[in-house]
Design a protein around this ligand. Sequence first.
Ligand code: GRG
Length: 298
Amino acid sequence: MSQFSKFISDLAEDIEHTLVSLVPPQEQNPKILHEAIHHGLFGQAKRVRAVLLVIAAMQNGADKTRALHCACALEMIHAASLIFDDLPVMDNADLRRGQATIHKKYGEATAILAGIALLNMAFFVVSRDEGLTLYQRTEITKVFTTAIGSEGLVAGQQDDLSSPGKSLTEENIKLIHARKTGALFSAATEAGGVVAELTAEKIENLRLFGMEVGIAFQTFDDVLDVIGSQKQAYKTVRSDGKKPTLVALLGIEEAEKIARQTLSDALERIPKPLNNKNFLVDYIHLLRHMLEQRLEKE
Ligand code: GRG
């Protein structure tokens, strides 16, 4: 394992431990609700959004500990979105993070309640994050609520659900990707910039970087949905069905090419840091390697 991969896997472990410290234990009453919350939050999760938030902050001079709590809050929001996405009224998925989806294991009502609880917990964590100033907590709340609102994640999900059978252009599909996945990726890098107390211009550049990474990530995810197995994806595959994805519109090779190009465009945005530690660039290379390996594996 390279030194950088070890740094990222140690960071992912820090994120897991911090998450455990932030959620009520599974034994807490109502037990079924807290068990379901743990089920949705843990499992084979890559923690990409949390890692991006922390390294965006660290690369710009902030201490890791200052970024960990809001990174975990973002993972709680992401976990809630996956729980809702998997519900029978949405994607109706059986498998997530290598295990049964929450509604399959605990029922739909508990799945919805666990998602709501995780969302609320996320904002509770940000609001009482003593490593951040009150201004930073408010800014991060603004970043996260904008990302998940009716012009972000929720809009992307609505358009995604309305898309089957429609003939969409490449631009239409990229807008869905931007909202559905880019929104939380860009919230991660933007919040990292807030933790590092950067100027508004630098934070905006980080936001755009995260957006491009998210759009590329969603395109790789769509390719995996078509050519990967459940084992590779740790979740239900072939779920896109009649959805107009870049893969359906342009074919696998062209979609992968676009994803790679979008990642390269994102990398162009990152200036050379003074201390020569370019966590963001190194992480995107590592992520691209991981995503490509998952497409080739088996
Ligand atoms: C307001 C929280 C909230 C949600 C409502 C349901 C919904 C709107 C949005 C769902 C959007 C969605 C599921 C987008 C897919 C994004 C995606 C690529 C998920 C997979 O991410 P990974 O691979 O998963 O990072 P892990 O399990 O590793 O975290």
